[in-house]
Design a protein. Structure first.
Length: 394
């Protein structure tokens, strides 16, 4: 990687400790005062510790997105409504710059999960949502369909780069920028922070001014992907991962994913090939390997989740109906852990036991009964610790 200029190096050291702003904007922001960028634009950096939103991340975020969260809006400006949702739920929402942030929205969404509520709001506007790291992207459907998969593909490509350098690029760091920051400076700040050369930024990023923003910790890949998405742009690696070149976002992004199914894998493969004729589907042992678009993979995950969804009896107590043959015990526990009320932890349970297969035929079983039936077959047990369920050895 070539040496950075002295001016760029100075820019990378300035202005840590930026104030809070919900990460939502559109292209029309501050258009009346749009001027050429300052001689020394403020770069991106860490946010200040005071007055910021402690965004949910990781497993906590995924569980919260599954909790009920209805809305009732009457001519609410889109950015204001999404901003309130972001603050109330501590979930970062990133509005694509091409979407009018002042667009009035009226909506009454019942107490669906927060993720379903966000998708419903987006769909009413002809838009869609997707997850990029721990950030909910809210924007055009064609971009949302591929953005998450494209970022994932760029992360996987780093396997060819030098290990320590690759780990640094995917390590999440807090990200913020001050009011009236041009997106070119945001990209330059990210490049300085991770010591990456960026090619063709001037060509692909027109002048714009963005509001002050705070995001949860994001990797270089996710941060750059979010910034570029609003311009219909993406990036590819060059120089072994030490540089990136900006490109137009591909029209269709395909990735390969593995689904551990067990003995029924052949039947599922046939079903998927009928359902998704454009996908490439093959079976290796008990694993179904699918190469398809990001949207197709979403349909596959929803279909698998629906097949293992818990039943809900009339009195409101959640029970589980589950029939599997020779499925990995760990896969069943992972499926249970997706339920908002299940806080599953592991004590000293060896990984090899969780890889062992089990067979279940349960109808209207409680969570405890489901766990016991699963863990008994691999020589494990569980105990309650407050609201947590701890899997451990006998």
């Amino acid at each position: 990687m070539g040496d950075r200029s002295a001016e760029t190096s100075k820019r990378s050291l300035a202005a840590l400790g930026l104030a809070l702003s919900v990460p939502l904007w559109g292209a029309a922001f501050d258009s009346a005062i749009a001027q050429p960028p300052a001689q020394q634009p403020l770069p991106v950096g860490d946010v200040s510790p005071g007055g910021t939103i402690d965004y949910r991340t990781g497993a906590e975020l995924r569980k919260h997105l599954a909790l009920p969260a209805g809305v009732s809006w009457s001519e609410n400006p889109l950015r204001d409504g999404l901003g309130r949702l972001a603050r109330d739920h501590r979930v970062a929402i990133f509005l694509d710059r091409r979407i009018d942030p002042g667009r009035p929205v009226s909506a009454a969404v019942d107490a669906r999960s927060l993720s379903e509520t966000l998708r419903d709001l987006a769909n009413r506007l002809g838009l869609d949502v997707c997850m990029v790291g721990d950030v909910v992207y809210f924007g055009p459907s064609d971009t949302a369909a591929d953005l998450s998969a494209l970022a994932s593909l760029r992360r996987h490509e780093l396997a060819k780069a030098e290990r320590q350098f690759a780990l640094a690029l995917i390590r999440p760091k807090p990200l913020a920028w001050p009011r009236l920051t041009p997106p070119r400076d945001i990209v330059a700040g990210l490049a300085d922070r991770y010591r990456i050369e960026v090619h063709d930024a001037e060509k692909h990023l027109p002048h714009d001014l963005w509001p002050e923003v705070q995001l949860p910790p994001v990797s270089f890949v996710d941060g750059l992907s979010l910034v570029l998405a609003g311009f219909g742009k993406a990036f590819v690696w060059e120089d072994g991962g030490h540089a990136v070149r900006l490109i137009d976002m591909p029209g269709r992004v395909e990735t390969t994913e593995r689904y551990e199914i067990g003995p029924s894998s052949a039947a599922l493969a046939e079903q998927l090939q009928r359902m998704l004729p454009d996908a490439q589907v093959k079976v290796e042992g008990g694993v179904v390997i699918v190469r398809a678009s990001a949207q197709a993979h979403q349909e596959i995950r929803r279909a698998i989740a629906a097949a293992h969804a818990p039943a809900q009896p009339s009195e409101g107590r959640k029970v589980y109906t589950l029939k599997v043959e020779n499925a990995p015990a760990g896969a069943i526990l992972k499926s249970l852990a997706q339920q908002p009320e299940v806080n599953l932890r592991y004590d000293t349970a060896p990984v090899e036991r969780l890889r062992r297969t089990v067979s279940l035929d349960l109808k209207n079983a409680t969570l405890e009964q489901t766990l016991k039936a699963t863990l008994d077959q691999v020589g494990l047990t569980f105990r309650r610790e407050g609201d947590a369920i701890v899997v451990t050895e006998r």
